[in-house]
Design a protein around this ligand. Structure first.
Ligand code: NAI
Length: 384
């Protein structure tokens, strides 16, 4: 079948298997081109199929030469619809890793569940013995508890409602987005889904099962960003969940002396999760333009290659809160001052000049395996 992108709001409902494989290959080539470093050799990546998790997996596999076990929640093809991008990415990664002599296995299922934790533990016991690094890179809309209770996360403000400019992705126009404020119940549900409780559960389950190496590092990801995005991100419902993640990091460090837990604050980038947040896509297009003009732009793979090769193993590379700052270039004064100025002046008349709309869409399509150089999109492909 010839696969074409079908974009609906902020998501593409199709994915191109050959394009996804090319995307993974490009990321692998990038990491290889940067050289190797001594580091963990058996890595579990939770949320390994897209965005920052996939880039983490590729960085540790090709940067440290690590065996990787990935966990993700992705859809297979039913023969009529394509599989999700994360499914094709994972398959392509595994195939390439095997060719390159690296162990790579993936478990497709709900990372919040006890069953998947058990499956992961059994796989580690059978194949790897122990793991020495755990990357926690879940971005999930909901979480089902063992008793069946379901929590759904929301992207809302806390306290005051908020109105600001936003980019309408379907026609690239600027309009106003209104964000309502979350109820107490919604905030708590968002914390349940995107906070750190499940990260602690994972570390406890792995530790109790005896599958952690004597010295083990675990890292989870967060975002802080500039003032413009505070009401929707850092101070919004998702920000409350991230505060819970920071507390969970401390709890892991206090509870298990052999585990070193860290939080990395990453750069704002187009991923399936960030595209869903109102206002953020406009900020990203303005940011991309400034960072590209200054030669500072990075995508997920550049961010994660730099994290794992240069920062995560060096305990001195943290800020006053103990965070590893991968948003160091994004938050530079000379970047943020231009973004803030342009935020005030951006309108339908100038958006194409001062915002990197094309760059946004390029990343967006690439995420689903489209518009990648060298891929013949007119060719029939097997979507299974
Ligand atoms: P993403 O949507 O690209 O990746 C999410 C991953 O989680 C996928 O592998 C998906 O299969 C997996 N997943 C989702 N629900 C699951 C479940 N129930 N069980 C198993 N796997 C599941 O998201 P992205 O953007 O890479 O986010 C990863 C982390 O990075 C999140 O913590 C996010 O807050 C953080 N982050 C993202 C930034 C951005 O701009 N995209 C910036 C800074 C931090």
């Amino acid at each position: 079948m010839v696969v074409e992108p079908r974009v609906k709001d902020f998501i593409c409902t199709t994915a191109h298997p050959v394009g996804c494989a090319a995307n993974v290959k490009n990321q692998i080539e990038y990491v290889k081109s940067k050289g190797k470093a001594e580091g963990p050799k058996k890595v579990l990546v939770i949320g390994a199929s897209t965005g920052y998790g996939l880039a983490s997996r590729i960085s540790v596999a090709y940067g440290y030469g690590a065996d990787t076990l990935g966990v993700m929640f992705e859809k297979e093809s039913n023969g009529r619809r394509t599989a999700s991008a994360g499914f094709y990415n994972t398959r392509a990664f595994e195939e390439q890793a095997h060719k390159d002599g690296l162990y790579a296995k993936s478990i497709n299922g709900d990372a919040f569940s006890v069953e998947i934790k058990e499956q992961v533990i059994n796989t580690i016991k059978e194949d790897l013995g122990k793991v020495d690094m755990i990357v926690y890179s879940l971005a999930a809309p909901r979480r089902t508890m063992p008793d069946g209770t379901r929590y759904t996360s929301v992207l809302k403000t806390v306290g005051e409602e908020y109105t600001n400019k936003t980019l309408v992705l379907k026609d690239n126009t600027i309009t106003e987005a209104h964000m309502s404020s979350a109820t107490e119940e919604e905030i708590n549900a968002t914390i349940k889904v995107m906070g750190g409780e499940d990260w602690i559960d994972w570390m406890k389950a792995l530790n109790d099962a005896g599958v952690l190496a004597d010295k083990v590092i675990t890292v989870a990801y967060s975002y802080i960003g500039p003032k413009i995005t505070f009401p929707i991100y850092a101070e919004g419902s998702i920000g409350q969940a991230k505060k819970d993640l920071y507390k969970s990091c401390d709890i892991i460090n206090e509870r298990w002396s052999q585990i070193k837990a860290k939080v990395a604050i990453n750069k704002a980038l187009v991923t399936q999760s960030s595209a869903a947040i109102p206002i953020v896509p406009l900020y990203i297009t303005l940011l991309y333009k400034v960072m590209k003009d200054k030669g500072l732009h990075e995508g997920c793979i550049e961010q994660m290659q730099r994290l794992f090769m240069d920062k995560i193993l060096d305990d001195s590379q943290v800020d006053e809160n103990g965070f590893v700052r991968m948003d160091d270039w994004e938050m530079r004064d000379d970047v943020q001052s231009v973004v803030a100025e342009r935020w005030d002046t951006v309108s339908n008349d100038n958006v194409k000049e001062i915002a990197d709309i094309d760059g946004y869409w390029e990343d967006f399509y690439n995420m689903f395996g489209f518009k990648i150089d060298g891929v013949d999109y007119s060719a029939d492909v097997d979507i299974m």
